[in-house]
Design a protein around this ligand. Structure first.
Ligand SMILES: [Zn+2]
Length: 104
């Protein structure tokens, strides 16, 4: 009688964000998908614990994959954040200078 233990490794991919910048591969200002891949040890197909984490960005134009460090990934995602919070940081005061008219 044999006891069968099924274990393995599985990658769990999570998209952290989409960032647009000029690609080092194709020189196009293309969208890049920043992902975090967590490799997990599985036992009977149940993920138990992570064994490795890596971050990559993939150019959606040419498909070039670049490995990122944790710091690089955070930096890239920081760049991608919309500047909606800028109003909070602006000094308080009467808006005496009206914005030049912008038509969407
Ligand atoms: Zn590219």
């Amino acid at each position: 009688m044999s006891d069968m233990v099924i274990f393995g490794i599985r990658d769990y991919v999570r998209t952290l964000g989409i960032v647009t910048f000029v690609c080092a591969g194709c020189q196009n200002p293309a969208a890049h998908r920043v992902t975090r891949v967590v490799r997990k040890f599985t036992l009977f197909f149940i993920p138990l614990f992570p064994v490795a984490v890596r971050r990559t960005e993939v150019c959606t134009f040419c498909g070039k994959v670049t490995k990122l460090s944790k710091e690089q990934a955070e930096l890239v995602l920081e760049m991608a954040k919309p500047k909606v919070g800028a109003a909070d940081a602006a000094p308080a005061g009467p808006p005496d200078a009206p914005e030049p008219s912008q038509v969407d």
